[in-house]
Design a protein around this ligand. Structure first.
Ligand SMILES: [Zn+2]
Length: 119
């Protein structure tokens, strides 16, 4: 069992799958993050501007720091864009190096293996 996937709406945390209210009255971002940390929950991945990643309209969650899943527990192969923090997916172009990924938000193309070595 991984952490419970949750979403935040207004001052409250809801279960991402069922929409059930888990906790309300969390008025600050810090309060939300503290509650999530202490209760083994995970929030949707957001980019540097705070916009959530969406894959086919579904929120994306990061588990164990490296594994990405949709709300339905489908493991997906995406990586964060080093520029904007957006979701980068493998390029479908057949002529392009298959390891190359493209950011869905800013269009930045990069090789995640190289990015890992740099950081
Ligand atoms: Zn980007």
């Amino acid at each position: 069992m991984g952490p419970r996937k949750v979403i935040v709406k207004d001052d409250a945390i809801y279960d991402a799958k069922t929409g059930v209210l888990i906790k309300d009255g969390l008025t600050t971002r810090e309060a939300v993050e503290q509650y999530v940390d202490h209760h083994y929950m995970v929030l949707p991945v957001v980019d540097k501007a705070g916009r959530p990643w969406l894959l086919d309209g579904q929120l994306v969650f990061c588990l164990h720091g490296t594994q990405y899943e949709t709300v339905n527990d489908d493991v997906i192969h995406v990586v964060p864009c080093p520029d904007c923090g957006g979701m980068a997916i493998r390029d479908e172009e057949p002529l392009v190096d298959t390891e190359c990924v493209r950011c869905t938000q800013c269009g930045h193309e990069f090789d995640p293996r190289l990015e890992m070595m740099e950081s």
